[in-house]
Design a protein. Structure first.
Length: 195
């Protein structure tokens, strides 16, 4: 008979492989099994956002929310100075996004109006990015100002540098995704009804 506080799992006297099997099965039993129509809807939503399904599902599982917006650093968009043109792969991906807000974050010497001009209406707004050596609190406030009324944990940051990755924690964002991964060509995923 187990002692009080015992969770009913395998004892330490059990073999390593048996304990691993038991814990793997217990963890799998805890994960929800989504109905096929819910799964199809989430795959469709991932496609609307230009994300791989695995990435979308991971962000959704972590935050418990759908993504409603993206923050794009000017580095990720490859627009560094006034007069730079938005590269075609970035322009195509931004134009294909559906049902989400797109906000650009500019770094000097680029200004918000210059980023808006370079993207030719493919982003909804542009704001100044946090300063390179700003405090955690200043970084959080700058990101909060850029998001307006959007809940931070529904916004994914697409960035290009380690410094930008740190903005994710400061702003309490849903996550960070490197630009090279986000703007890579997509592979289509389909689920049949016979799954």
């Amino acid at each position: 008979m187990p002692l009080p506080g015992h969770n009913g799992g395998p004892t330490m006297e059990s073999g390593q492989s048996w304990r691993a099997h038991c814990w793997t099965k217990a963890r799998a039993d805890l994960l929800p099994h989504l109905p096929i129509e819910v799964l199809r809807g989430r795959i469709r939503r991932a496609r609307e956002l230009g994300l791989e399904y695995k990435t979308y599902a991971g962000v959704r599982a972590t935050t418990g929310h759908d993504l409603v917006a993206f923050l794009f650093s000017s580095n990720a968009l490859r627009v560094m100075r006034p007069g730079d043109a938005l590269p075609q792969d970035r322009a195509d991906r931004l134009a294909s996004l559906e049902r989400c807000a797109r906000i650009g974050l500019t770094q000097a010497p680029l200004t918000a109006p210059a980023l808006m001009a370079a993207t030719e209406g493919r982003i909804d707004d542009a704001c100044l990015a946090p300063e390179p050596f700003a405090s955690f609190a200043q970084t959080r406030q700058t990101l909060r100002d850029a998001l307006g009324k959007l809940p931070a944990d529904t916004v994914l940051l697409i960035g290009d540098t380690a410094l930008e990755q740190e903005w994710c924690a400061a702003g309490r964002l849903a996550g960070w995704l490197p630009a090279e991964r986000y703007f890579a060509p997509q592979v289509s995923v389909e689920i049949s009804s016979h799954a």
